[in-house]
Design a protein. Structure first.
Length: 183
């Protein structure tokens, strides 16, 4: 049974599960000298869908353009602009990127597409972007026979994927920020 990819173009496509076609994903990999010939089209497609699900769970700037939008993009501004945004600059409702440029409300940014490709590449190679985690990373000491593992206190319990994070810098809210509203 072939896996169906439904591409979000910025038009809020019903049932969308990816930002990029399989052919364009293969071109992305080829342009980076990554060999994908040992993977089937279904394996690559499933990895794209899983990477899309991962992106959908991130804490993005702005808000989705509609509740029925199945993917995390397109988005509209919620008035939270990055420091790079020039005050007085005219915007039409889109999210502002880290360089101060507006991403239109009917656009999927290339950064999100590239991040999905990077995530899918990790997924197809066996690295889950959304693994089940046990206890975080703050295990003080664990010894089994001659093997011992000790983690520093506060060690993160997750793996950070810098290839994805660096592409999305400026489009994600800080996980350390707290939203406040004026009464």
């Amino acid at each position: 049974m072939a896996i169906t990819l439904t591409i979000e173009t910025g038009a809020v496509v019903a049932g969308a599960n990816t930002f990029i076609s399989l052919a364009n994903f293969k071109a992305y990999l080829t342009n980076r000298a990554r060999s994908f010939t040992t993977y089937t089209d279904d394996q690559l497609s499933a990895a794209l869908i899983r990477a899309g699900q991962y992106l959908n769970g991130l804490n993005w700037m702005g808000r989705k353009t509609g509740r029925t939008n199945p993917m995390c993009w397109p988005r509209e501004s919620d008035g939270d602009y990055p420091e790079s945004f020039a005050s007085g600059q005219e915007i039409t409702g889109g999210v502002i990127d880290r360089n101060g440029y507006e991403i239109e409300i009917n656009e999927v940014p290339q950064e999100a597409i590239d991040a999905q490709c990077e995530g899918a590449w990790l997924e197809v190679q066996g690295t889950s972007l959304q693994p089940s985690l046990e206890r975080g990373g703050a295990v003080q000491s664990e010894k089994v026979d001659m093997i011992q593992t000790t983690y520093f206190s506060g060690a993160p319990g997750i793996t950070r994927h810098m290839a994805i994070e660096s592409l999305l810098a400026g489009l994600l809210r800080s996980t350390l920020s707290i939203e406040t509203t004026r009464a």
